[in-house]
Design a protein around this ligand. Structure first.
Ligand code: ADP
Length: 596
């Protein structure tokens, strides 16, 4: 209950009341004493002044036949006791000797004899003038009035022991204490009331601030009044709202960045100034081929490329580039400092996998070299035959001339072939060549191929057979292109099987689920296992001389693979023991589900 502010409030009120009561009490009690003193002095002055003629004369003029001045004075003073306020208890009068101040008579003899000669009495004796108390700190008040009566000189001494004042002051003191207690009790009660109106809203505000500090923005603080605390609460609420919006925005940004970070293909690793990993993405681990934990350091990962201090010292927006080979991968790295000014800064490394790029670049170079080579051979042939013809014009026998011209024609046909095949491939590459999809009979296509190549096979002395499963379905595809693929595979089987009557070429086909398949099997020269994965590469030929001899370009199977891929089918050698080779083609009956 007595929390700090509340306690302070009570304390302030208690102190306030105590000090107020002390001041009021002191002032009051002082005033009472002063009042009595003034009243006493005034009464004495009025009573004993020469203007109070009757009384004054009674005091100074002795009676006729008066023998004792003291007696005379007594007879005057006694009846005036009431006027002088002499009650014999708190206030008394005494008649003293005018020269020594010794007691002669009075209203209380015992007291009169015991009293010392007071300063006022001495003053009156010395000056012959009345003297009365002015000091409020004394515990009595008195007045000494010198009187001459007849031959005697006396001092009328009025002495008041202030008992009345003390009693009144005691009563006042009790009253003040009572008021103080009452004030204290009411101050405690008041402090509760104040606490309710002032401290409770502050406490509510404090609790709200604590909630916000802990990240809980769910509740608004209730505004209970329109006073300063109310304004503060409203301001706090709007501040919390703004803070929440800002935090949400920042979180949103961070989430976006996290997602980007997680799914980006480039690898990213961030290090703090001490070289410890503070952030990394899966791509980075994948590219660097190792797990990256919190204990992984910059030096372990990239220390060989550049010193971390060197990267940190780079002027913004500078960065260092580098390359690294990890296993089969070629990586390109970019090292840049971030937040250089602050202690939270560090180094960010972005890793770009350029393996594919390098491979493609390599393939492109190889391809250009191949094309140049393939075109140069027929060109050289054409040129040399044409030169011979030109040099020996009219001298060359007609037979030979015809022969030469035949070679020139053949070579230019081959060049045309190569150029046509290259054009086909380039159309596939650029996506310009679209498939003309339509349903057609798969079985009939195979039979057409069989009929088309039968004579050629027989010319080479091969036995060509065809074995088809019954009820082969119609399929959807680009018929001409698929025929081109079949033709290429069957022609290859004929080409790469030695003549001489032992050649056996078998075409078979069937259905497997939602696919149809065709296999072309020969017992020819086959392809060594290590070369098999490469036969679909452009210009790849196991035996270059033989292929060229038979008019091959080394592009047939590449084109076939492009076509089959576009139909979302597959083509490849069947893993079987030699001799010869079996190529299997599979095509979806429904055609490609979507054209690429
Ligand atoms: P090419 O026009 O040279 O025949 P392809 O792309 O059709 O080109 O074939 C690529 C290479 O694969 C051929 O050069 C040949 O070495 C090999 N090849 C293809 N089919 C056969 C087969 N049935 N038997 C042996 N080798 C083959």
């Amino acid at each position: 209950m007595f929390r700090s502010l509340h306690m302070k409030l009570v304390l302030i009120m208690v102190l306030l009341i105590i000090s107020l009561m002390t001041v009021v009490g002191a002032f009051l009690m002082n005033s009472v004493v002063r009042f009595y003193l003034n009243d006493f002095n005034e009464r004495m002055t009025t009573m004993f002044s020469a203007e109070n003629i009757d009384f004054y004369e009674d005091l100074t003029q002795p009676y006729e036949g008066e023998t004792d001045g003291v007696e005379g004075l007594q007879s005057v003073l006694r009846p005036s006791m009431g006027e002088l306020g002499v009650d014999g208890r708190t206030r008394n009068y005494f008649i003293l000797d005018g020269t020594t101040g010794a007691y002669l008579a009075g209203s209380d003899e015992e007291l009169g004899r015991s009293l010392d000669v007071s300063p006022n009495v001495l003053e009156a004796i010395r000056t012959g003038q009345p003297a009365s108390s002015a000091d409020i700190t004394e515990n009595y008040m008195d007045a000494a009035i010198p009187i001459t009566r007849g031959n005697g000189s006396y001092i009328i001494y009025i002495y008041d022991n202030r008992q009345n004042i003390q009693e009144l002051n005691s009563a006042l003191f009790v009253l003040i204490i009572q008021a103080l207690i009452f004030g204290l009790v009411s101050s405690v009660l008041l402090s509760f009331l104040l606490a309710k109106t002032m401290i409770t809203p502050i406490e509510r505000l404090t609790a709200g601030a604590k909630r916000v500090a802990a990240g809980d923005f769910s509740r608004k603080i209730e505004v209970s009044a329109k006073d300063e605390i109310g304004v503060l609460t409203t301001t706090f609420n709007s501040m919390a709202r703004q803070l929440q919006a800002t935090i949400r925005e920042a979180e949103n940004e961070r989430n976006k960045l996290d997602t980007l970070f997680l799914h980006m293909t480039d690898g990213v690793v961030a290090f703090n100034r001490q070289g410890r990993v503070i952030q990394k993405n899966p791509a980075a681990e994948d590219m660097l081929g190792r797990p990256i934990g919190e204990e992984t350091t910059y030096a372990q990962l990239f220390g060989d490329l550049a010193d971390m201090d060197a990267v940190l010292a780079l002027p913004q927006p500078g960065y260092l580039g580098g390359q690294k080979a990890v296993g089969e991968r070629s990586l390109e790295l970019l090292l840049a400092p971030f937040d250089q000014e602050s202690a939270e800064g560090g180094v960010m490394v972005v890793i770009h996998d350029v393996t594919e790029q390098h491979k493609t670049e390599e393939m492109r170079r190889e391809f250009v070299a191949n094309v140049s080579h393939e075109l140069r051979t027929p060109l050289t042939n054409i040129r040399s035959y044409a030169e011979t013809l030109a040099d020996g014009a009219g001298e060359i026998p007609p037979d030979m001339e015809k022969n030469f011209l035949g070679v020139i024609l053949n070579e230019s046909d081959r060049m045309t072939h190569i150029v046509q095949d290259l054009l086909t491939l380039s159309r596939f590459d650029s996506g310009k060549s679209e498939l003309k999809l339509a349903p057609f009979s798969f079985e009939q296509s195979i039979r057409d191929i069989y009929n088309a190549v039968l004579l050629e096979a027989q010319r080479h002395g091969h036995v060509l057979t065809v074995e088809l499963e019954p009820d082969l379905p119609e399929i959807i595809g680009d018929r001409d292109r698929i025929l081109q693929v079949m033709m290429n595979v069957v022609s290859n089987a004929i080409k790469y099987t030695p003549d001489g009557g032992t050649g056996r070429i078998r075409i078979s086909a069937g259905r497997a689920g939602e696919k149809v398949w065709m296999e072309v099997s020969d017992n020819g020269i086959g392809i060594p296992a290590e070369d098999r994965p490469r036969i679909f590469e452009r210009f790849y030929r196991v035996d270059k001389a033989r292929s060229r001899e038979s008019g091959g370009t080394g592009l047939g199977l590449s084109i076939a693979k492009e076509i089959v891929d576009r139909h979302q089918g597959s083509i490849g050698p069947v893993d079987r023991p030699g001799p010869g080779l079996t190529i299997r083609i599979e095509l979806p009956i429904g055609g490609p589900s979507h054209e690429r």
